[in-house]
Design a protein around this ligand. Sequence first.
Ligand code: DGL
Length: 283
Amino acid sequence: MSAKNYASPPPVNHLPIGVFDSGVGGLTVLKALYKQFPHENFIYFGDTARLPYGGKSPQTIQRYSLENVLYLQEQGIKALVIACNTATAMAKEHLQEHFPFPIVDVISPTVAKALSETKTGHIAILGTKGTIRSNKIQEALLSHGRHLHLYPVFCPLFVPFIEEQMIHHPSMPLIIDEYLSHLKNTPIDTVILACTHYPLLIDLLQDYFGENISLIDSAEPTALELFHILQKHALLKSPEDTKNFHRFIVSDDPEHFQKHGRYFLGEMVDHVELVPHFNMVQA
Ligand code: DGL
């Protein structure tokens, strides 16, 4: 009788880290994750069929986020990064109730960074309508007990311009001025880029505000937070284990994602898969 050869399942550490955003914006976070974790595997999901998330209701964002993460869970992931402020603000708690793996979001690490940077305590928060209206970032900043002056601003035209790679279009400075001119006469010294698409505007915004203003991008603080979480849960992959792979999956138009992805990630996005279907869930 021949002995059966049962392969044992790979250890959890070998599994990839799931990352999701509504579109290409989360690639600004993935770029920092690549730098922080050269040996980890990643699966990035961009919900391009349903973006932008910024103007949608909390119920809708919770449902989309659940579907996205269920799909990533089916692929097998050991941890999740919500690389989207809107989804973090509206769905993080909901996701934490449903999934067993550690979940890192872009808001908490960015808030901590902004608090460590500000001297005047006057902080502007630029985000989508959903993020700003959720009040989550404002609450997180104020929960640290410091006396702060907050200037939340939603900038709904930024995401479509960035998705279409139109940041150098002549109308972009006018749009920036339209949304942000009222901040010019305030004592702000720190501006939180509370949307993972906005780092693409960092040069334009730095020119607009001047070099004395700190612009806080969530990518690096989030990568550092993930490092601490993976270390705490003994989930880091050792460099010699299995070779690296990165998968990119979108819910629509993989060609557009592939074409524009490089711009956000700083390197080629070589192959983009189209999600076959979603498991519809009850929000
Ligand atoms: N990049 C996302 C965020 O951080 C959302 C952009 C959108 O889909 O509106 O909020």
